[in-house]
Design a protein around this ligand. Structure first.
Ligand SMILES: Nc1nc2c(ncn2[C@@H]2O[C@H](COP(=O)(O)OP(=O)(O)OP(=O)(O)O)[C@@H](O)[C@H]2O)c(=O)[nH]1
Ligand SMILES: [Mg+2]
Length: 433
């Protein structure tokens, strides 16, 4: 059973840098003192063991982190935007769906990454930064130099990353429901969860395991309703025991006993024997014994009659009715407790997964016949998108930085001449060198 959700994640935009000048008594024109903008927050996934499903994201469309705050006068920096943390179950896989789009005014660039597997969150506590917030812009103070003591421009904040994601989770059962055929396993699952397994007054109604999510307040676990086991199942009698591998990784088993049958004690022994000899580690798992069908008068008499004998031979048990619902809440709570108890504590050092850095070089120039050359690379793109290239000083700053990065040399080598258009992240920049 697969749990799948789709939504968009957007990092917070960086705050803009400020343009401002000192104002002091007796100093008519002070120097620049515009502060930097704050960084935008990230959208972060954290894998946790105590969530079983992606249910809480089933209606999620977009998740956006907070933007950074604008820089201020007197060199005051804007505050950093808050991260958004999304808790997902351990075992979740994050896929890229439609592309990594960055919107800048009218220019949108989509980096194709359909079907790219971005992260396997297969360990408790693992962190994945899904969408990074944009860097804050620098205030005008930082653009002052001897030849330009009063810069009239600042840098804009960079937009946050934007991605369409698909999150997938292969549901793993936490709790296995076992017992003889007809013991009421499917009935119990249908009472506990939204699952609708087939229920029948005959044996072997269930042929394949059914999974259902059992919610208890903010907590939940996944229960697997199994086909019935009979004597000799481990040797292939009945449906055999192959299906038991589905509950190999469960944390606890619930052994249901049909108390309306004549000899429940013998029934319990049979199942215990089968679990012990079935392999799949089932013999070592904690088992909760649940005496079922106590709504039935015969069954309830038998529970009373055999109470002490069962307790002596098998220890504590629960008394329930999957039909009337009696005892089901306390059984579910106890099962959840067992699941928690048998869930490994988070390991000390869990890796933080960062989005793959797609470029190894700092930048590169792509040229194709008949098309404008394209400049790609994080740093040149960042400057192109955050400096106002219409503003004379900012434009000069941009080309100055491109020269220092070695971009200009590379463009020349690619045949770019003064006045040619160069594409950068969906923008077209007329190059003057
Ligand atoms: N009186 C009574 N009948 C029950 C109860 N739970 C289940 N039954 C009945 O017992 C029969 C078997 O129920 P299922 O839930 O299909 O049993 P199962 O253990 O899933 O059976 P298999 O899939 O064949 O292994 C059905 O007729 C149910 O209506 C109960 O708590 N009380
Ligand atoms: Mg069944």
């Amino acid at each position: 059973m697969l749990d799948v959700v789709n939504f968009e994640v957007i990092g917070g935009d960086g705050g803009d840098g400020a343009v401002s000048f000192r104002r002091e008594k007796f100093i008519p024109r002070g120097g620049p003192d515009g502060g930097d903008g704050g960084r935008g927050g990230d959208v972060v996934f954290i894998a946790v063991n105590n969530i079983s499903t992606l249910q809480e994201y089933s209606n999620t469309r977009t998740v956006q982190a907070t933007g950074g705050v604008k820089g201020n006068t007197k060199q005051r920096h804007g505050a950093t935007g808050d991260d958004v943390v999304l808790y997902v179950p351990t075992g979740s896989i994050v896929w890229g769906v439609m592309g990594d789009s960055h919107q800048v005014g009218v220019a949108v660039k989509e980096i194709a990454m359909n079907g790219e597997r971005l992260a396997d969150l297969d360990e408790d506590g693992m962190v994945f930064i899904a969408a990074r917030g944009g860097r804050g812009g620098r205030g005008n103070k930082r653009f002052a130099k001897s030849t330009r003591q009063t810069p009239m421009f600042a840098q804009k904040g960079m937009v946050g990353q934007q991605k369409h994601l698909q999150i997938e989770l292969k549901l793993l059962a936490d709790v296995g429901l076992v017992g003889l055929p007809n013991a009421g396993k499917s009935t119990l699952l249908s009472m506990w969860s939204k699952a609708q397994p087939k229920i029948g007054a005959y044996e072997f109604t269930t042929l394949e395991p059914n999974l259902g999510v059992v919610y208890l307040g903010f907590d939940s676990f996944v229960a697997a309703d199994m086909p019935g086991l009979i004597e000799g199942a481990s040797k292939g009698v009945g449906l055999g025991h192959e299906f038991l591998r589905h509950i190999e990784r469960t944390k606890v088993l619930i052994h249901l006993v049909d108390m309306s049958r004549e000899d429940p004690i013998q029934d319990i022994r049979i199942i215990q024997g089968e679990l012990a000899s079935s392999g799949h580690n089932l013999g070592e798992k904690p088992v909760m014994l649940a005496l079922n069908k106590i709504d039935d008068p015969d069954a309830s008499v038998r529970v009373e009659l055999l109470h002490d004998e069962i307790k002596n031979e098998f220890g504590n048990f629960f008394e329930i009715s999957g039909q009337s619902g009696e005892g089901l809440d306390s059984l579910a709570n106890k099962a959840l407790e067992q699941v928690r108890l048998n869930t490994k504590a988070p390991s000390d050092s869990v890796p933080i997964l960062k989005p793959k850095v797609t470029e190894t070089r700092r930048f590169s120039v792509l040229s194709e016949d008949g098309k404008e050359p394209e400049l790609v690379g994080e740093t040149p793109e960042w400057w192109a998108l955050t400096l106002d290239l219409q503003q004379e000083e900012a434009r000069a700053e941009f080309f100055d930085r491109m020269k220092r990065l070695g971009v200009e040399r590379e463009l020349r080598r690619a045949g770019v001449k003064d006045g040619d258009r160069v594409k950068i992240r969906g923008l077209f920049v007329v190059w003057d060198m």
